[in-house]
Design a protein. Structure first.
Length: 257
């Protein structure tokens, strides 16, 4: 594939998906489509016990492509992006993200979906969409469910980016490690102890059971927020101004409408 690297380990029971576009691992339509195709492949493999997401190089992901947020491409982008989450829900395989460097926007949402999130001290996490005049539909659902409304609103309404240590205090991360090497080593041991001894089929049922409420809300409310994003938000002047200002590398001029 062009922007996704897939490998298997531990006797083909662990699927390792690496975001790899040679830059900031931006989740554009090509990468998202490849992710969906990869998930469809994994659905045919009954022995997979865990899917591990990681970014190639120093960063997990800069986020979704801002250029594809413009009014012309927004519908195609957001529908593909949300389809990826619906596929993950349907799959039911446990997921784990290993985070280094920037993990922002759509990249943060992919990591946020994971059952387990680990990071090293280089990690920065955030949902800065509001700075561009838009909002992140999946994170708007997942963050309150995972860390509570007060902390979720802190991140969603300010767009501020936090370091790994604060993310752990928020309850976002399972653990933080000194660097990427130690993270890879420690997570490898964690997988050996906590995942490998389990039944692949039973893990799927356990995931779907543990996420009964989470999945129900995602499946029913994400389409509602998608409609709000596409039919209401993108009809405003400021949403389009924020995206265009970012692309043009200038400060936005808000009209508050």
């Amino acid at each position: 594939m062009e922007k996704i690297d897939l490998s298997f380990s531990h006797r083909e029971t662990i699927a390792n998906i690496t975001l790899n576009d040679g830059k900031g691992n931006v989740l554009d339509n090509i990468m998202m489509t490849e992710l969906i195709e990869t998930l469809n492949q994994l659905a045919l493999k009954k022995d997979i016990k865990l899917i591990v997401f990681q970014g190639a190089g120093k960063h997990f992901s800069f986020g979704a492509s801002v250029e594809e947020h413009t009014r012309e491409f927004a519908e195609s982008m957001i529908k593909t992006f949300h389809h990826m989450f619906f596929e993950l829900i349907s799959l039911g395989i446990p997921t784990l993200s290993k985070i280094s460097g920037q993990c922002l926007g759509g990249g943060m949402e992919l990591a946020l979906f994971s059952n387990f999130m680990f990071a090293d001290k280089t990690a920065y996490l955030g949902q800065p969409e509001i700075v561009l005049g838009v909002f992140p539909p999946p994170a708007s659902i997942m963050l309150p469910l995972k860390i509570g409304n007060a902390r979720a609103e802190d991140l969603l309404l300010t767009g501020r980016i936090i370091k790994a240590e604060e993310a752990k205090r928020f309850g976002l991360l399972n653990d933080v490690f000194e660097d990427q090497t130690s993270m890879n080593e420690e997570v490898e041991q964690w997988i050996t102890v906590n995942i490998l001894p389990k039944s692949a089929s039973s893990l799927k049922y356990a995931v779907k059971s543990a996420r009964t409420t989470f999945n129900d809300i995602m499946l029913n409310k994400l389409p509602v927020l998608e409609s709000m994003y596409l039919n209401q938000l993108m009809a405003t002047k400021d949403a389009n101004e924020g995206i265009n200002a970012f692309i043009e590398k200038r400060d936005p001029i808000w009209q508050n409408c």
